[in-house]
Design a protein around this ligand. Structure first.
Ligand code: TYM
Length: 334
């Protein structure tokens, strides 16, 4: 099948600075996919309202996510880059899909249960139907591939269930969307404190942001959890050390990684040296993205143009899909 015909879609919530997890789990894949596939990438501002109802900083965050995506190599001339709320067809499809989603399955979603724990005072209906809105985003363009990190696996599974239900009830219209990572398993970039994953709005000292200064990157890496080192050769690595090696694998040269792997195996490793090297390599990776994003963010005119042009293209595709949806459902009375 002609790759150009395969449709790719993904989104990122504007709830803070993008971090290393967003980059390696998602954006790096966007950049690789944009030339050969028909790509739609968006800033999920509506999704962010489920947990961040205060909109004072939203606009800046939207500009920032957009700038950071472009700074990472996304080309608005190749991929359609837009903001979710600029495409109201999303909300229409979301409404129709809500009737195909069962409250029981939504309540069992891991991210919903996490959010209930984190925000017991704001368990809103939008939070419950979050995966339905995400499905609407994806199938609005009839996308088949969805580049995301491992944390989105369950949302994609739910999207496939909603799609199967739609196709079964109203006729085959949508491909079943698959979570995607280039030739590998879905990625989970670990946090620096040895527990969980890097995240935009939690554990900020354990997360490396694409906007972090060189000093901040160094500080965060140097205080990452380690121990006295292996006491004998070939000792299995504790989780927090596995994480450090995983981060090194993402940004350091293979020869550097191999050198520290073998130092670990013969129990001669010095974690101070490893962290210093990781900090150098991380700064080399993050600094150019940070600087580029910073300068793009000053150019609001350009960002607005990108969003406007993206919304136009996304709405064309959305209108086509909605017409097909309404025809399939028989919601076409004249
Ligand atoms: P969000 O904003 O939490 O994250 C954006 C992308 O970054 C990935 N990611 C990670 N990957 C690896 N390791 C990590 N530590 C890590 N942290 C985040 C996420 O998997 C995601 O790909 N619900 C989505 C946004 C969304 C969406 C969509 C995604 C809205 N509509 C349609 C795909 C398709 C979310 O909250 O992502």
């Amino acid at each position: 099948m002609d790759k150009k015909k395969q449709i790719v879609m993904s989104g990122i919530r504007p709830t803070g600075f993008l971090h290393l997890g967003n980059y390696f789990g998602a954006v790096r894949n966007y950049v690789r996919l944009q030339q050969e596939y028909s790509c739609y990438f968006m800033v999920a501002d509506l999704h962010s309202l489920t947990t961040h109802p205060d909109t004072n900083e939203l606009k800046e965050h939207v500009y920032r996510v957009l700038s950071e995506n472009i700074a990472c190599g996304l080309d608005p001339e190749q991929a359609v880059l837009y903001c979710q709320s600029h495409v109201p067809e999303t909300a229409e499809l979301y409404l129709l899909l809500n009737m195909l989603a069962y409250v029981g399955e939504l309540e069992k979603t891991v991210t919903f249960k996490d959010k209930v724990r984190q925000h017991p005072d704001n368990i809103n209906a939008g939070l419950l139907t979050y995966p339905v809105l995400q499905t609407a985003d994806i199938i609005l363009h009839r996308a088949a591939l969805v580049p995301v990190g491992k944390d989105q696996e369950q949302h994609l599974e739910m999207a496939r269930n909603f799609v199967k239900r739609f196709n079964h009830r109203y006729g085959e219209l949508f491909p079943e969307p698959q979570a995607f990572n280039f030739g590998e398993e879905l990625l989970k970039v670990p946090s620096l404190d040895g527990t969980g994953k890097m995240s935009k709005s939690e554990n900020q000292y354990a997360t490396l942001y694409l906007g972090d200064s060189d000093e901040m990157i160094k500080k965060k890496i140097m205080r990452a959890k380690t121990d006295a080192g292996p006491s004998a050769p070939n000792t299995p690595k504790p989780d927090y050390i596995v994480n450090l090696f995983q981060l090194m694998q993402l940004v350091s040269a293979p020869v550097t990684l191999a050198q520290f792997e073998s130092a670990y195996m013969d129990a001669s490793i010095r974690y101070g040296d490893m962290k210093s090297q990781l900090a150098i390599d991380m700064i080399r990776f993050i600094a150019p993205i940070r600087e580029k994003a910073l300068s793009l963010q000053q150019d609001k005119d350009r960002l607005q143009r990108v969003m406007r042009q993206g919304a136009e293209k996304a709405r064309e595709s959305a209108a086509r899909t909605l017409q097909l949806v309404k025809d399939s459902m028989g919601l076409n009375y004249y």
